[in-house]
Design a protein around this ligand. Structure first.
Ligand SMILES: *[C@@H]1O[C@H](CO)[C@@H](O)[C@H](O)[C@H]1NC(C)=O
Ligand SMILES: *[C@@H]1O[C@H](CO)[C@@H](O)[C@H](O)[C@H]1NC(C)=O
Length: 611
C-alpha cells in the first residue's frame, strides 16, 4: 500500500548520517526561532546559499556556510558524515563546503539549537565535551546572544565579524569587527587593515566608547559578558527570553544592535556606531580630544601644525607646550573621556589607582594611567606607553585619564642633577623672590586695571566672554538675511560661524527693549551661571555702543515644533526618541527649578525655539 505524505513532514531540528537536507527542505530549531535551509539573494536567484535565519524574519540571515562559494543550481544537499563532518555538495561540482573537525565521532548528530547555533555532537548528550563543531565558532556578519566575539589564545580561533561584500553578496567584505587583544583588549572595526572605529577597551560595564549603552543597560534587558583570562578574551551578549537581539556589522562598517519580539513586524535599531564625526578613529590626532565634531588639544598641549589645525585639518594632532622631563613630572587629570587607544598599554587588574600612579611615575615611558575598571568607584590599573590617540569627550559616562605633564613650576630647576645642594637652594630662593615680585606686580596691575575699568563704567567685569563687534559681523556675514534664523520678541536672531568653526546663534536685542546696561549685565551674568546639557548654552555677549547682543551655541537639529507639527517629519520621532526628548525636557526643568545655583521658575515652555 502506498502512503502519500501530503503536508511537509514535521520539521526536525537534527539529522544523522544517512539522512540529508535538500534544497527546499529545512531544519527548524525546537522552539521554532531559527531555520536552516537554502536561499537565494532576492536579486540573483541562480546562486544558492546554505544559511540560518529567523523563522519570523526569513530575510534576516544570520549565518551562511558557503558564503564564498555559492551553489549554482537548486540541487544542493547537506549531509553529516559517519565521522562527523558536515558536507554541502552539488550534483555537478561535488563538495562545495565542509566543516573541519578535531576528532572522529562515533554517533554524530547535526542539530540546529534554539540559540541559532548549528552543532555537530557525538551522541545525543548535549554536554560541551561532545561538541565536535559549532557554527558559533565561525561568525559571519552577525553576533547572536551566546556567541563570542574575541580570540582563543589556546586554539588561535578568531571569533570576528565580517561585513557582507554587497547587498546581494554575502562574501566577506571590507569591514570586520573584532576584539583585538594587543595591549589591553579593545573592540575595533577595521576597514581592510585600517582602523575605522574603535569601541575601545572594556571598563567593567561597557566599552569605553559606548556610553550610550548606559541607558540601554538600565532597561536591564541586555546582559553582556566580557571575559579576559590566559586562555581567551571575548565579549558575549547573553540571551534574554522574550527578545530577539543581534549585533551586525553592515556593508558600510557600522555596528548595529537590532531587537524585536517574535510578534513584532520589524526590527528596532537600539544602537549604532560610529555615531558621529568624533567616532571616526583618530580624527583629532594625538593628544587631542573630539567634542561635537570639533577637535581640541588637551590642556598643556598645542596644535602641531597650527595653520592646518585652523582649517579643521586635525589629523596632525597636538604636541606638548613644555617638554617632559621625566624626573620632574606631575599627572594632570582629564575627565569625561573615551579612553585612548590601548594597543600600546599594559594593565594590572589588582592595582589601586594610587599604586597605578606610582607604577606610572617610576617608568619614564609611561605617558598616562587610568582605572581599568569603573565599577565600585574604580579599580585596576591601565598604563599607556605611546601617544594618546582617539579620545573624545562625553557629557555623561566618560572616564578619567591622568596624563604625565612637565612640572612647570619647578621645570628647569632640577634639570641638571649635577647642581650642588647649595646652588639649588640659592636658585630656589631667587626663584621664590622672583615669583613673589612677579605675582605682586601682577596683582597690582590687575587692581589698577579694574579700578580704571570701574572709573570708565567697566564693560567686561563679568565672567562671560565679551565678543568684539567685528567678530560677530564676520561670523554672521554682516547680519545677512541669509543667516537670519528668526525674529524673537526681543529682536532678530542670526546664525554665525566663528573663525574656529564653532556655530553660534546671535540674538540682537532691539534698542527699544528698554533694558539698561546694568540690568542686561546682571541678566547675562545669571544666565551664564546656568550650565546644563539640556539648556542652550550662552557663550557670551557683545555690547558695541548702545547695542546689546547675546551669543548662544547654535542648535543644528532645529526645534521640536519643526518636527512634531509636520506630518512627515513627525514620523522621524519614534517613541524611543520622544521618550528621550521628554526625559531631556524634564531634566532641564528640574535643573532650573531645583538643582541649579539659582532658582528659576520656567513659565513659558513651548516646542518652538525662542532664543
Ligand atoms: C549601515 O548602518 C548604518 C546605521 O544604521 C546606516 O546609516 C547605513 O545606511 C547602513 N549601511 C548600509 C549599506 O545599509
Ligand atoms: C617601562 O615600561 C615598558 C613597557 O612596559 C618596559 O618595556 C620597560 O622595561 C619599562 N622600563 C623600566 C625602566 O621599568
Amino acid at each position: 500500500m502506498l502512503v502519500f505524505v501530503l503536508a511537509a513532514s514535521a520539521a526536525t531540528d537534527n539529522i544523522t548520517p544517512g539522512r540529508s537536507i535538500r534544497d527546499g527542505e529545512a531544519l527548524v530549531s525546537s522552539d521554532e526561532t531559527f531555520e536552516l535551509g537554502f536561499f537565494s539573494s532576492p536579486v540573483n536567484s541562480t546562486t544558492r546559499y546554505l544559511g540560518i535565519w529567523y523563522k519570523v524574519s526569513p530575510e534576516t540571515v544570520v549565518w551562511i556556510a558557503n558564503r564564498e562559494a555559492p551553489l549554482l543550481d537548486h540541487f544542493g544537499v547537506l549531509n553529516v558524515t559517519k565521522e562527523g563532518s558536515i558536507i554541502l555538495q552539488d550534483k555537478k561540482t561535488g563538495i562545495i563546503w565542509s566543516s573541519n573537525r578535531t576528532r572522529t565521532a562515533e554517533n554524530p548528530v547535526l542539530q540546529l539549537l534554539d540559540s541559532g547555533n548549528l552543532v555537530v555532537k557525538d551522541g545525543n548528550d548535549s554536554g560541551s565535551a561532545n561538541l565536535l563543531w559549532q557554527s558559533f565558532d565561525y561568525p559571519c556578519n552577525t553576533l547572536l546572544p551566546g556567541m563570542k566575539l574575541g580570540k582563543s589564545f589556546i586554539t588561535g580561533m578568531n571569533w570576528s565579524l565580517s561585513s557582507w561584500k554587497g547587498l546581494n553578496d554575502p562574501a566577506p567584505g571590507r569591514f570586520s569587527a573584532l576584539i583585538e587583544p594587543e595591549g589591553f583588549p579593545q573592540l575595533v572595526v577595521r576597514n581592510g587593515s585600517a582602523i575605522f572605529y574603535r569601541g575601545g577597551s572594556w571598563n567593567g560595564e561597557r566599552f569605553t566608547g559606548t556610553p550610550d549603552l548606559k541607558q540601554v543597560e538600565s532597561f536591564n534587558l541586555f546582559k553582556f559578558t566580557f571575559e579576559l583570562n590566559k586562555n581567551e578574551v571575548y565579549y558575549r551578549g547573553e540571551p534574554y527570553p522574550s527578545l530577539i537581539s543581534r549585533l551586525v556589522v553592515n556593508q558600510s562598517g557600522f555596528l548595529r544592535r537590532l531587537v524585536r519580539t517574535k510578534q513584532s513586524q520589524s526590527w528596532i535599531e537600539i544602537y549604532f556606531a560610529p555615531l558621529d564625526e568624533c567616532d571616526h578613529y583618530a580624527v583629532c590626532g594625538p593628544y587631542a580630544s573630539c567634542s561635537t565634531n570639533n577637535c581640541a588639544c588637551l590642556d598643556g598641549f598645542e596644535p602641531k601644525y597650527p595653520t592646518e589645525w585652523d582649517h579643521s585639518k586635525w589629523s596632525g594632532g597636538c604636541v606638548r607646550k613644555t617638554e617632559l622631563a621625566c624626573q620632574n613630572s606631575v599627572f594632570t587629570k582629564y575627565n569625561g573621556l573615551k579612553l585612548p587607544d590601548t594597543s600600546n598599554s599594559s594593565f594590572d587588574a589588582s592595582m589601586s589607582l594610587k599604586e597605578c600612579q606610582e607604577k606610572c611615575s617610576k617608568n619614564c615611558s609611561c605617558i598616562a594611567y587610568a582605572n581599568s575598571d569603573i565599577r565600585n568607584g574604580g579599580n585596576g590599573c591601565l598604563l599607556w606607553f605611546g601617544d594618546l590617540i582617539d579620545m573624545r569627550i562625553y557629557p555623561d559616562g566618560g572616564q578619567d585619564l591622568y596624563v604625565r605633564m612637565a612640572n612647570s613650576t619647578l621645570g628647569h630647576l632640577v634639570a641638571s642633577k649635577n647642581l650642588s645642594k647649595n646652588k639649588i637652594v640659592a636658585i630656589i630662593v631667587i626663584a621664590v623672590i622672583l615669583v613673589g615680585l612677579i605675582l605682586g606686580g601682577l596683582i597690582f596691575f590687575l587692581r589698577w586695571k579694574k579700578l580704571r575699568k570701574q572709573a570708565e563704567g567697566g564693560k567686561d567685569d563679568m565672567e562671560l566672554p565679551v565678543f568684539d563687534l567685528s567678530t560677530i559681523v564676520k561670523a554672521t556675514d554682516n547680519f545677512s538675511d541669509d543667516n537670519k534664523l528668526g525674529q524673537g520678541g526681543f529682536g532678530p536672531v542670526y546664525k554665525g560661524t566663528l573663525p574656529e568653526g564653532q556655530e553660534i546663534a546671535v540674538k540682537r536685542l532691539s534698542k527699544s527693549s528698554g533694558q539698561g546696561l546694568e540690568e542686561f549685565k546682571n541678566e547675562v551674568g545669571l544666565i551664564a551661571k546656568l550650565q546644563h546639557r539640556n539648556l542652550v548654552r550662552l557663550l557670551g555677549c557683545s555690547i558695541p555702543g548702545d547695542e546689546k547682543m547675546l551669543i548662544y551655541e547654535y542648535m543644528p537639529n532645529k526645534s521640536l515644533d519643526y518636527f512634531i507639527f509636520d506630518q512627515t517629519k513627525s514620523e522621524l520621532l519614534d517613541w524611543r526618541r520622544r521618550m528621550h526628548i521628554i526625559d531631556g525636557i524634564a531634566r532641564g526643568l528640574l535643573y532650573l527649578h531645583q538643582d541649579s545655583r539659582l532658582r528659576i521658575i520656567h513659565r513659558d515652555l513651548k516646542p518652538a525655539m525662542c532664543y
